[in-house]
Design a protein. Structure first.
Length: 226
C-alpha cells in the first residue's frame, strides 16, 4: 500500500510542474485524494460491501469534486490534474500512467447491462472536458483532445479531436508524455478555414464579373450616344 502511495505522489511530480513539495501534494491535491479514496472504496466493493463502498465513494466526491465508481478498475500512477467534474463509471478500466484533466467523463451511452464504459490503455492523456462514452478501447499512448466526444475505438499511438472525435494523428510511434494537450490538430477549424478561403475566392470572382459587366454597360452607353 505504501509503495502505491509513493508512486501516486511521484506521478504528480513527474507530470505537474507546479508541484513543489510532498507536503503540499499530500495535503492539497484533490486528484490524489480521490484516487486514495477510490482505493478504499474499491476494496470494499471487492468484498461485496457495496453500500459501504458507495458511501466512501460519495464522501470522496463531496470533498474532491471527483466521482469514481468503486467498481471501476484503475491501474498504477493515474494522475488527475485539478480534477473538478471528473466522472469515471462502474465498468471503466484504466491502465497505467494515465493522465486525466478536469471535466472528463468516462461514461456509458444508456442503460445497457454488463460492460458499458470505456477501457483506457496505458500512457493515455485525456484533456479537459473530453467525453469518452461507450464500451470500447482507447489504445495505448493515445491523446484525446480538449472538448472531444469519443464514441468509438481509438487505435494505439493516435490523437483524436473534435465532436464527434476523429483520429488526426496515427504514425505508429509512441506519443511522448509531454502533456502538451493544447497544440493539437483541429479538423473542424481546418475545414472552416478552407471554406473561408473558398468564399473569399468566390467573392473576388464576383467582384471581377461586376467590373466586367459595368465596363460593358459603359461601352454600350458610349455607342448609344454616338
Amino acid at each position: 500500500m505504501w509503495k502505491r502511495m509513493r508512486e501516486d505522489i511521484q506521478a504528480v511530480f513527474d507530470r505537474d510542474p507546479a508541484a513543489r513539495s510532498v507536503l503540499e501534494v499530500v495535503l492539497t491535491y484533490a486528484g490524489l485524494h480521490a484516487i486514495w479514496g477510490y482505493r478504499i472504496a474499491h476494496k470494499l466493493f471487492e468484498w461485496k460491501w457495496y453500500t459501504a463502498a458507495r458511501i466512501v465513494s460519495q464522501m470522496t466526491r463531496f470533498f474532491t469534486g471527483i466521482e469514481i465508481h468503486p467498481g471501476a478498475k484503475i491501474g498504477r500512477r493515474l494522475f488527475i490534474d485539478h480534477g473538478a467534474g471528473v466522472v469515471i463509471g462502474e465498468t471503466c478500466e484504466i491502465g497505467d500512467d494515465v493522465t486525466i484533466y478536469q471535466g472528463v467523463t468516462l461514461g456509458g451511452t444508456g442503460k445497457e447491462k454488463g460492460k458499458r464504459h470505456p477501457t483506457i490503455g496505458n500512457n493515455v492523456i485525456i484533456a479537459s472536458g473530453a467525453k469518452v462514452l461507450g464500451s470500447f478501447k482507447i489504445g495505448d499512448n493515445s491523446k484525446i483532445g480538449a472538448g472531444s466526444v469519443v464514441l468509438q475505438e481509438v487505435p494505439p499511438n493516435s490523437t483524436v479531436v473534435g465532436v464527434k472525435a476523429k483520429v488526426v494523428v496515427q504514425d505508429g510511434k509512441r506519443v511522448k508524455h509531454d502533456l502538451d494537450h493544447v497544440n493539437l490538430p483541429d479538423p473542424i477549424a481546418d475545414m472552416i478555414r478552407q471554406m473561408q478561403a473558398e468564399l473569399e475566392k468566390q467573392q473576388k470572382e464576383l467582384a471581377e464579373l461586376r467590373e466586367q459587366i459595368k465596363s460593358l454597360k459603359e461601352k454600350e452607353n458610349e455607342h448609344t450616344v454616338i
